[in-house]
Design a protein around this ligand. Structure first.
Ligand code: HEC
Length: 145
């Protein structure tokens, strides 16, 4: 078989597949459009405690009401790999048993790009994105470990 007939054969097969595909299209198929509206959406709202905006509002309210230590605990998820689930240390030093004023002072230093120990470079990117509130919340949580 020469190249030209191979190409012709290839094109024939492809057009055949496209034709077969078009013939078997199901007009009722609705793709990814969300079909949950009307009664379906009312049921969803009843099951989930309101519409999307209401759920978001109650989440925000819960977050605002959470204690600093609970917020710190949530943030601490980013620290576990290096400092251990209970602050017992690992790649990074032990945090357990440190008073919150120490944690605040140390995190502020890393956030400012200051060098403390030999491995401070590992903490700079971690602390860089912390807000003051994050530092206070983390300290509140870590001092309970
Ligand atoms: C990639 C590993 C890594 C991650 C993730 C990490 N740390 Fe560290 N951390 C270190 C290392 C290494 C040091 C020691 C740095 C030095 O030599 O100054 C350190 C030091 C610290 C210190 C100072 C400890 C001391 O007594 O001198 C505090 C406080 C701290 N980290 C808090 C945190 C918090 C809070 C998080 C999470 C938001 C976090 N770290 C995430 C590796 C990490």
């Amino acid at each position: 078989m020469n190249t030209t007939s191979a190409i012709v054969l290839f094109l024939l097969v492809i057009s055949g597949l496209i034709w077969a595909g078009v013939q078997s299209n199901d007009p009722s198929w609705s793709g990814n459009t969300n079909q949950c509206k009307g009664e379906c959406y009312d049921n969803w709202k009843a099951e989930n405690g309101g519409g999307i905006a209401e759920i978001e509002r109650s989440k925000q309210a819960a977050l605002a009401a959470a204690s600093p230590s609970a917020l710190g605990e949530a943030y601490y998820g980013q620290c576990v790999a290096c400092h251990g689930g209970n602050g017992e240390g690992g790649i990074g030093p032990k945090l357990q048993g440190q008073p919150d004023s120490d944690i605040v002072m140390k995190l502020n230093a890393y956030r400012a790009g200051e060098e403390r120990g030999a491995q401070s470079a590992m903490m700079w990117p971690v602390a860089k994105s912390m807000a003051d509130a994050d530092i206070n919340n983390l300290a509140a949580y870590i001092s309970t470990l």
